[in-house]
Design a protein around this ligand. Structure first.
Ligand code: PAF
Length: 278
């Protein structure tokens, strides 16, 4: 497994792999890997010949008051995990390699980036699409794998790929959960013991919405109210609970099969997201 820090070196290695007829796969990450990331790496590994994992805590997707500085990092542990998964190359650039002095170009999926997570994180998706496009431009992967916990992110990236005629297949992997149902996230590390226990309510409220739908609930407002009261009971501070069309992210008037139920909730200062489809 090669560790590459520079774009020029990355390009050279990729060109040589392509010349050898290799199908290139990419899993973009911000590191501090957990089983959720590793499941994406395994999925990509099965679908390509030359697998690149990027580890880059992307400053452009963090707001001024967000956790960029304290975002957890452990490169040597990440490298060990990725070696076990038979990754071919890890790309781990410095911020100044990705955003050289005077950088001023961004790409944005304009409307969808304002919805849901975008309402409280106005520059977040612009930062995500910009860094992902830079990775796509440099690596020109045949396929790229993203997790479904960040459902909105995956939808926005697919839209960017479609709108900009990019030649990359976007594959999404399933949400991986802890034994009690909490979705795996690098940010779970920030939770106190009590918050960690309370945070399971996110999964429980999503499970409730699925059951209620099966039992005949169709009114999104009733669903939001019940989920909100479950979450508040566990000291969660709700950023949003959205019941939307899973392709367009438009709020639905009536729950139906395939409706996306997505939420973002703070436990203390830690903001967690999760989702399910009905
Ligand atoms: O999902 C993430 O970890 C990040 O948003 C991504 C896709 C690696 C871009 O920085």
């Amino acid at each position: 497994m090669r560790l590459v820090k520079r774009i020029a070196q990355l390009r050279k290695t990729i060109i040589s792999a392509k010349r050898r007829g290799k199908k290139i796969g990419l899993v973009p990450t911000m590191g501090y890997l957990h089983e959720g990331h590793l499941s994406l790496v395994r999925l990509a590994r099965r679908k390509c010949d030359f697998l690149v994992v990027s580890i880059f805590v992307n400053p452009a997707q963090f707001g001024a008051k967000e956790d960029l500085k304290k975002y957890p990092r452990d490169l040597s542990r990440d490298l060990k995990l990725l070696k076990k998964e038979k990754v071919d190359l890890v790309f781990n650039p410095l911020a100044r390699e990705m955003y050289r002095d005077g950088h001023q170009t961004y790409v944005e999926v304009v409307d969808w980036s304002k919805l849901m997570c975008g309402a409280s994180r106005p520059i977040h998706f612009r930062g995500v699409t910009t860094v992902v496009l830079k990775l796509f431009n440099t690596i020109e992967p045949d396929l790229a794998v993203f997790g479904s916990k960040d459902y909105q992110q995956a939808v926005i990236i697919k839209k960017m790929v479609k709108d900009l005629d990019l030649r990359v297949k976007i594959v999404t992997g399933k949400i991986v959960r802890e034994k009690d149902g909490l979705a795996m996230s690098s940010r779970n590390k920030y939770l106190s013991k009590v918050q960690r226990k309370n945070a399971v309510v996110l999964y429980n409220s999503l499970k409730w919405s699925r059951r209620a739908y099966i039992e005949g609930l169709r009114d999104p407002k009733l669903a939001v109210n019940k989920m909100a009261s479950m979450i508040k009971e566990k000291q969660g501070k709700i950023d949003y609970i959205a019941l939307v069309d899973k392709n367009t992210l438009e709020p639905v008037k009536k729950l139906r099969k395939g409706t996306l139920v997505a939420l973002a909730v703070f436990f203390g200062k830690t903001r967690l997201i999760d989702n399910t489809t009905l």
